[in-house]
Design a protein. Structure first.
Length: 329
């Protein structure tokens, strides 16, 4: 493999140390927020592993009532469901690619509580490889989870949030929804889609007291890389010559990093979400990068002022701020 490929991969894996990440979390607007110290009813998707599982458990430990949803509870996710139930969480079946499953899952939460305070759209799948080598069906499956899954969850829960005039939606995007890494571009496209989706919902719901926040994690050791889609039409990759070998090398190098002492700590994401949940509506940031930014935070800053000007020119500047709940509410 040539020197430029090695340089490329080496740059890709250069990471901030855990200490650096924690300093960023502390120095970002995560501190000094107005917090709400009350128990909330929280529904989270994709809670069988990774950020979802950790966030569900962390929120429950913080005193919140957590409905940890996952698919296939009767099958391969049974041990995960049992473990969460043993810790006092409510486990419900939700496959975010299935309208009926989403509606049943949300209905079962509302039957149980009558109220929903927070929805965390976490379920997601990865993809890594030469973009051309993925079939259209694979890309549809990717968007079905990462994008349409969120739309399904929002359609099922928003009538409740709107009736309450209160609520928080946290969508899990990615820094790859702002910055493009070659060979991760189809996954990135699904996360770019969530950027616009989240902004649009945030503006549209702002007058109703419902907050919508996008969390943009960097790369962390979870199951997402091992379970990521790989190209079904691998015969296309050789046509890319040396470049066709980069995706495997990138994944391999990431796995080595994750197995090392320098691996970033995925718990950063759960901590960030708990802090968001405990803030008052109207005081949260619209976006939050967690981990090494690769410039996503700079793009966020630029987009904030460009978006504000766009809304102003439409005469809709007042949709930029989520209405704060009155103290009496
Ligand atoms: N790890 C990272 O570096 C990173 C970085 C940026 C963003 N993210 C995002 O973080 C979120 C969580 O991913 P993770 O890193 O924690 O990976 P993970 O450990 O693989 O977790 C993904 C979760 O999504 C669930 N899921 C997949 N398809 C589903 C479906 N159809 N219905 C319901 N649940 C489904 C998985 O359930 P099963 O166990 O049943 O498959 C799993 O619980 C994703 O949105 C991902 O894109 C991750």
């Amino acid at each position: 493999m040539s020197a430029w490929v090695f340089n490329y991969v080496a740059r890709f894996i250069s990471i901030a140390s855990d200490m650096h990440v924690r300093m960023r979390l502390r120095s970002s607007n995560l501190i000094g927020w107005e917090t709400l110290n009350m128990s909330r009813n929280i529904l989270i998707t994709g809670a069988s592993s990774g950020f979802g599982r950790d966030t569900a458990e962390t929120l429950a430990r913080a005193g919140h009532r957590v409905f940890a949803s996952m698919r296939d509870i009767a099958g391969r996710n049974r041990p995960h469901a049992d473990a969460l139930e043993a810790r006092g969480l409510h486990v419900i079946e939700v496959d975010v690619t299935d309208d009926a499953s989403v509606e049943r899952g949300v209905a079962s939460v509302l039957e149980n509580t009558g109220r929903l305070d927070v929805l965390i759209n976490n379920a997601g799948i990865g993809s890594a490889g030469v973009s051309e080598a993925f079939t259209t069906k694979q890309v549809q499956a990717l968007f079905d989870v990462n994008v349409f899954g969120i739309q399904r969850m929002l359609r099922a829960t928003l009538p409740t949030f709107r009736k309450q005039g209160d609520g928080l939606i946290v969508n899990i995007g990615s820094i790859l929804g702002r910055v493009t890494f070659p060979f991760f571009g189809l996954y990135g496209a699904s996360k770019f889609a969530i950027e616009a989706l989240t902004d649009s919902y945030r503006y549209e719901l702002s007058t109703l007291g419902i907050d919508v926040v996008l969390v943009q994690p960097s790369k962390y050791p979870t199951n997402i890389f091992a379970s990521a889609q790989r190209p079904a039409d691998a015969a296309r990759a050789p046509g890319y010559g040396e470049a066709g070998a980069i995706p495997d090398k990138m994944v391999e190098t990431l796995m080595a990093l994750f197995a090392s002492d320098h691996a970033p700590n995925p718990h950063d994401v759960a901590d960030a979400i708990v802090q968001l949940v405990e803030q008052a509506n109207g005081t949260r940031p619209a976006r939050l990068v967690v981990g090494q930014s690769f410039g996503a935070d700079a793009l966020n800053t630029q987009a904030t002022s460009i978006q504000a000007r766009a809304l102003e020119s439409l005469g809709l500047a007042y949709l930029s701020e989520t209405k704060r709940r009155s103290a009496a509410a």
